[in-house]
Design a protein around this ligand. Structure first.
Ligand code: NAD
Length: 278
């Protein structure tokens, strides 16, 4: 697809990937509706980018319905819906059910709810596009958080199903599957920082893929060979991942130790001097 004069909705647009996509779509001549859970930051970033802002919590179906109705009412149509908002929470199975539920709603059901609302409209028009942000974690895994790995696999599975089912009716789906991208999301993931790309680089690759209506969008040369190894020689891939996890946990320990030392230094520098007050 091309972007000029198109109406594009982006969720999770107050920060990181969503913000960068919003800025670029505006530059390309699209009318962009930026949405985020965070009303204040979202409205400010949208205004700076030249987009209209609508607050919505994508973890609530009613909010997604309200967002889409608002855009169809005001802009009159939607050409591309970018389900981009996502969260990374939890660690292992001990993660509380309420947190499993939250990440499932935000990372998976938001895509389902957007499709549920938009499909009848797209089908009637005979065209429409979904860009669903999953992750390379959906093709491989995520080393720190089981809920993130599980929900991103589900997000990718849903995007594939949607893309296969409706392509012959003019509806396209792309699944964005980045490895590390420099956004607040990877602040505490030093293993991802080692190979992280900028949001500008991600936007270039994403727009190139959208122009070709390509389903799978990867951002790192390492992703597809790793996915091929996972499928073709799973034992070898598992062994590699076990070793990579060891490395990731070592880096994380150093990262926490450094952050603690920095916090202690700051507290010491800011603490009132006690000499002479005994
Ligand atoms: N940064 C990476 O390395 C990376 C890699 C792979 C996939 N992703 C995915 O990219 C997407 C964007 O992440 P990012 O890196 O830009 O992170 P980010 O934290 O910078 O931005 C996420 C945005 O989503 C918003 N948000 C969170 N919960 C929401 C909700 N319930 N409703 C509406 N908005 C909500 C946040 O307020 C924030 O503005 C996510 O789906 C993430 O999983 C990121």
């Amino acid at each position: 697809m091309e972007f000029k004069d198109k109406v594009i909705v982006v969720t999770g647009a107050a920060s990181g990937i969503g913000l960068a996509l919003t800025q670029r779509f505006v530059q390309e001549g699209a009318t962009v509706i930026a949405s985020d859970l965070k009303a204040e930051a979202g409205a400010q970033k949208a205004a700076e980018a030249g987009a209209r802002f609508v607050q919505a919590d994508v973890g609530q179906e009613a909010d997604i319905v309200r967002l889409i109705d608002d855009v169809l009412g005001k802009e009159g149509r939607i050409d591309l819906f970018c389900s981009n908002a996502g969260i990374g929470i939890g660690a292992g199975p001990e993660t509380l059910d309420k947190h499993w539920d939250l990440i499932h709603r935000v990372n998976v059901m938001s895509h389902v709810w957007a499709a549920r609302k938009l499909l009848p409209y797209y089908l009637e028009r005979g065209e429409g596009y979904f860009l669903n942000t999953a992750s390379a974690a959906g093709l491989l895994t995520e080393l720190h958080s089981a809920p993130y790995a599980v929900t991103k696999h589900a997000a990718l599975a849903f995007a594939e199903w949607l893309g296969i089912t409706y392509r012959n009716q003019g509806i396209f789906v792309s699944a964005l599957c980045p490895e590390g991208v420099w956004t607040p999301m990877i602040e505490n993931a030093p293993i991802l920082q080692q190979t992280a790309i900028t949001t500008d680089e991600l936007v270039e690759k994403t727009l190139a893929a959208l122009r070709e209506n390509r389903f799978l969008i990867t951002t790192h040369e390492s992703t597809l060979p790793a996915a091929q190894l996972r499928a073709g020689d799973n034992e070898k891939w598992m062994g590699k991942m076990v070793r990579l996890r060891e490395k990731a946990m070592g880096l994380l320990e150093n990262h926490h130790a450094l952050a603690n030392a920095e916090a202690a230094n700051k507290a010491e520098a800011g603490a009132p001097r006690t000499e002479g007050h005994a």
